[in-house]
Design a protein around this ligand. Structure first.
Ligand SMILES: [Ca+2]
Length: 139
C-alpha cells in the first residue's frame, strides 16, 4: 500500500512537471493587457478568470472565441486582435481588456482596468449570449 502510494506520488509529480499547461497559461496572460486581471463573468462567482482563452476558469481544454483569435494572431496582441469583438457581445477586445486605444504592448501598464471578458459574451443571461457561451463552464 505504501509502495503504491509512492508510485502514485511519483507519477503525479511527473505529470505535473511535464504538463505545465492548463492553469491559464501565465505566459500568455502577460501578452495581453490586464491578462492577470480579467473578471469572472459568471453570476454570483466573482473573482478572476485565469484561463482567459479557455471555456473554464482554470484554463485548459477547449479555447473560447478570444483564445482562437489570439492563436490566429500567433499569440500576439495586435491592433487587429484589439479591434476584434471575439465574443460578439458588442465590445471590442481592447475595450474589455482596458486597452481603449489599442496602443498597449507587452510589458506596459494598461491604460485602464479590464471591463469585461474578451472571450465570454456578457451579460451572460443576454439571449444572444446563451448560444455563444454554450461551452462555457461556470462551475
Ligand atoms: Ca467582446
Amino acid at each position: 500500500m505504501e509502495e503504491q502510494r509512492k508510485i502514485f506520488s511519483g507519477v503525479l509529480f511527473v505529470i505535473v512537471m511535464i504538463c505545465p499547461s492548463g492553469f491559464g497559461h501565465p505566459g500568455y496572460r502577460l501578452k495581453i493587457p490586464n491578462g492577470l486581471n480579467v473578471p469572472n463573468p459568471c453570476f454570483n462567482v466573482g473573482g478572476l478568470w485565469n484561463g482567459v482563452g479557455h471555456n473554464i476558469e482554470i484554463g485548459g481544454g477547449a479555447l473560447n472565441p478570444f483564445g482562437k483569435d489570439f492563436l490566429d494572431a500567433n499569440g500576439t496582441w495586435t491592433q487587429e486582435l484589439c479591434m476584434t469583438d471575439s465574443d460578439s457581445d458588442g465590445k471590442i477586445n481592447g475595450l474589455e481588456l482596458g486597452d481603449f486605444n489599442c496602443t498597449w504592448f507587452e510589458g506596459q501598464p494598461p491604460m485602464g482596468d479590464a471591463t469585461g471578458h474578451p472571450g465570454i459574451c456578457e451579460p451572460m443571461d443576454d439571449p444572444k449570449c446563451i448560444e455563444i457561451n454554450k461551452d462555457v463552464s461556470c462551475r
